[in-house]
Ligand binder design. Sequence first.
Ligand SMILES: O=C[C@H](O)[C@H](O)[C@H](O)COP(=O)(O)O
Length: 304
Amino acid sequence: MAIAYPHFIGSQKSAMETGMISSPSSSSPSRPPVILTQDELKKIAAYKAVEYVESGMVLGLGTGSTAKHAVDRIGELLRQGKLKNIVGIPTSKMTHEQAVSLGIPLSDLDSYPILDLAIDGADEVDPYLNLVKGRGGSLLREKMVEGACKKFVVIVDESKLVNYLGGSGLAMPVEIVPFCWKFTAQRLQMLFEESGCVAKLRTYQNGEPFVTDNMNYIVDLYFKREIGDLKVASDAILRLAGVVEHGMFIDMATTLIVAGECGVIVKDKWDSASHRSILASWQSIDTPVGEFEVSPRIFCQAHI
Ligand SMILES: O=C[C@H](O)[C@H](O)[C@H](O)COP(=O)(O)O
């Protein structure tokens, strides 16, 4: 279901306060449409997701530029007294710091092994709501926290939609132990030889290895072709000694919120009608690996 912009964010007042839409009185049919930046789209999806949050919930707090908006919004609603008794479980040190700065009460999985809801971004989303996550390096904690949630809401702008995982041509991250990382990277690459996989150690600009919150390294996998059955691929990766976790989140998301040029689309995992329409819009786009981009026009037509 597509929701047109003037109706989607918590309250119209707050949307106008953030400057993302024009006021109803100032809009007219001849007025050109508002052009939103990618960050504004992320914020829109994030605010929509926070509508699922209720007082008393234990919440998984995601990591990244999209999830950051959701955490900000939760902090704002707590400050305004519109939300109460929230407990946040952060998925990274960065989100932990952000939540502390906003006064969000925090805990961990040891104390709260079952969460009501998690909200997080993603790097890729396929038509079945399988995800690639971890381009920001937080995939392990995200997978632990989001795997313990009753409901996992994924928030993205439309640039994250792909026909199949790996389809963006960008990184599919794997967290590995630093010990003999070249050996592990080579074995990962060999696993996906048929998909034209290239495995690269993630580094900082100075060439030093990127180190995760868990003191591990990340090997990014780049595919030229589809990797086939995701569960088979997942099992094969996890069987390699040296691998800690990978960034494919298979069958974990329960709801997807996509903000695009035409509005916000909310899709539940088991909503078959919406699934068919999203699938149709995804499959109607024939673009090569690495150049995938959802056409807003096709996307909108499929959801009106
Ligand atoms: O490690 C990072 C996380 O998986 C992020 O949720 C993911 O990379 C999406 O980040 P962003 O919202 O900044 O695109």
